[in-house]
Design a protein around this ligand. Structure first.
Ligand code: ZN
Length: 160
């Protein structure tokens, strides 16, 4: 069966930067299972997986706009250190702000000064061209329950 919206897909992948350094890989942690067409992968990679079948191996280059976005300097902010009182913060840590509708907006702590903390709303891979090597290991239709929940159940997914 071909990968289409609402397929549960199993892939092995390695992500490298343009210099060839491995940034992330499923090697050693087992294949990644995701629900296709729900924004779980970066858009540029999902688009290339559409229509693929088990056994396909792809090399995909994803430009920043179809990856983790273009770096926007306006998303970098200085926050008084006192705002983090009682929190055990460290550089590289991901934190979440809550917007008016209760959504969670991710930020990354990029520097910690004596009086101010630098927080960056850009994903750490924003602005990066992403080089993926992907092997399709499994494709199946999602169950109705999985679609209702918006995520995969069982192996590689949620257990509840
Ligand atoms: Zn669920």
């Amino acid at each position: 069966m071909k990968i289409a919206k609402n397929s549960v897909v199993n892939i092995d992948y390695t992500l490298r930067n343009p210099g060839g350094d491995v940034i992330d890989t499923s090697d050693g942690q087992g294949p990644l299972t995701y629900l296709h067409g729900h924004g779980e992968l970066v858009p540029g990679l999902e688009a290339k997986l559409e229509g693929r079948v088990v056994g396909d191996v792809l090399d995909v280059v994803v430009e920043p706009a179809a990856g983790y976005g273009i770096r926007d300097a306006a998303n970098v902010m200085q926050v008084p250190r006192g705002k983090f009182k009682g929190m055990d913060i460290e550089q590289g840590m991901q934190i979440f702000a809550t917007d008016e509708s209760g959504g969670h907006i991710p930020f990354w702590i990029t520097a910690i000064g004596d009086s101010e903390v630098t927080v960056d709303g850009n994903h750490p891979l924003a602005g990066e061209t992403l080089h993926f090597n992907v092997s399709v290991r499994g494709v199946r239709a999602a169950t109705e329950e999985e679609l209702a929940h918006g995520h995969v159940h069982g192996e590689g997914g949620h257990h509840h």
